[in-house]
Design a protein around this ligand. Structure first.
Ligand code: ARG
Length: 457
């Protein structure tokens, strides 16, 4: 039975019903709907709509329903209820009869669904924060286990300067720290209860909405009922957070996919997160990482969809807003699954340290050192840069690394070059010199790692 009907003389068209009904996706709000209903039943006692006894009856029935829902949430899908709010009310009527019909006094599905979504968002943010932290921990542990690995750092995907693998790991941990902070920030704004806003104009019962908010675990109640029932900023914010978080995971994946290529050969991914080709027996494909990178697209899509759905909606509630849930659920589920999959990938990753080191030596990634050397000998940087450019052209022609050129060959480009140049061209020297805060020197990395461990482990 629908929650409305008195005003209607004709039954809904079956096709409209299946178009309109939302229970097939909003069944996921069952727990939140029950928590909100429990609080609302208490509020109704304070305004004399329910007696203590009636409220107890409802509370018991709601708690039983909560247990049922927790045991088999999908059972809701077998009903033909219009939405989760109708479903909970139907269950209550089945369980306690007439008194259940009083529960919707002074409440609308508009403030109800807004409350349910916020409660769901709050719980989900907590889970996402835990998953982000786990991935950060995995990054820190991977960094620690491979602290001696040196590899090329890239700009424009050209070998630029050598970096440590730990530095790379900690870079992604930084991105995740910002994802964490963005979620916490969103949480403070969404922690405000819309319940008691009625359909749009406020409830006609003298309910203490702040107290009601506290019963559900919100910090306080919203200030404006029109805004309360039409606000979906928290959905947009969480989708934005997911969109940014997924961009991070996608870049993480792309880096590892590249490191895993035959051409780079810096890492080997575990058999547990790769798959084979049906045709080419030699293949081991980085599917887990490719899927993370691929799924980034649908999360960006969910954000754009929601922006477009809300754009141009007049105040207050409109049924368009029912479209918020599928995208929100899917995007946050996807983000969560990708965070977990990224952990699994790191779990079995093998670094090929000799190959990383060899690649770091190639590509003239110590050319900046040579320029800095000339600077220390009194040559202005711009001029030094030009001279070393010429040295590199020469070395490429000779098929040699900079450190393999003889002193005589080097001096042909600048007479200030002496024997003391060779130590500075070593990989260890390139790294050790980058010792200011945030740099790749072993000393800085040890500090960063210790600090990250203290924060995260
Ligand atoms: N299923 C609806 C939604 O998700 C619930 C609110 C319905 N309100 C209404 N006035 N029809 O938005």
């Amino acid at each position: 039975m629908a929650l409305w009907g008195g005003r209607f003389t004709q039954a809904s068209d079956q096709r409209f019903k299946s178009f309109n009904n939302s229970v097939r996706f909003d069944y996921r709000l069952a727990e939140q709907d029950i928590v909100g209903s429990l609080a609302w039943s208490r509020a109704l006692v304070t305004v004399g709509i329910l007696t203590e006894k009636e409220q107890k009856q409802l509370e018991e029935a709601l708690n039983v329903t909560l247990e049922e829902v927790r045991a088999t949430p999908e059972a809701i899908l077998n009903s033909d209820a219009e939405d989760i709010h109708s479903w909970v009310e139907q269950r209550l009527i089945e369980k306690v009869g007439e008194v259940a019909k009083k529960l919707h006094t002074g409440r609308s599905r508009n403030d109800q669904v807004a409350t349910d979504i916020k409660l769901w968002c709050k719980a989900t943010v907590v889970e996402l924060l835990a998953a982000i932290r786990q991935l950060q921990q995995a990054l820190v542990l991977t960094a620690e286990a491979n602290q001696d690995v040196v590899m090329p750092g890239y700009t424009h995907l050209q070998r630029a300067q050598p970096v440590t693998f730990a530095h790379w790991c900690l870079a992604y941990s930084e991105m995740l720290s910002r994802d964490d902070s963005r979620l916490r920030d969103a949480l403070t704004r969404l922690d405000v209860s819309p319940l008691g806003s009625g359909a749009l104009a406020g409830t006609a019962y003298a309910i203490d909405r702040d107290r009601l908010a506290g019963w559900m675990g919100f910090s306080c109640a919203t200030r404006n009922s029109l805004d309360s029932v039409s606000d979906r900023d928290h959905v947009l914010e969480l989708l934005s957070n997911a969109a940014i978080g997924m961009v991070h995971l996608s870049r993480f994946s792309e880096d590892l996919i590249f490191f895993n290529t035959g051409e780079a050969g810096f890492i080997e991914l575990s058999d547990c997160v790769t798959s084979g080709s049906s045709l080419m027996p030699q293949k081991k494909n980085p599917d887990a990482l490719e899927l993370i990178r691929g799924k980034c697209g649908r999360v960006q899509g969910a954000l754009t969809s929601m922006m477009m759905t809300l754009k141009g909606l007049p105040l207050a509630y409109n049924k368009d807003m029912q479209e918020d849930k599928a995208g929100l659920f899917d995007a946050l589920d996807t983000w969560m699954a990708c965070l977990q999959m990224a952990c699994l990938v790191l779990d079995g990753i093998q670094l090929k340290s000799p190959r990383c080191r060899e690649a770091a030596r190639q590509g003239y990634s110590n050319a900046t050192e040579l320029a800095d050397y000339l600077v220390r000998k009194g040559i202005p940087f711009r001029e030094a840069h030009h001279i070393i450019g010429e040295v590199v052209v020469y070395a490429i022609r000779e098929g040699k690394a900079l450190e393999a050129l003889s002193l005589l060959q080097l001096q042909a480009f600048s007479s200030v070059i002496g024997d003391d140049v060779y130590p500075i061209l070593r990989l260890s020297s390139c790294l050790a010199k980058r010792n200011a805060k945030g740099g790749t020197s072993p000393e800085q990395i040890a500090v960063a790692l210790a600090e990250a461990k203290q924060r995260l482990l």
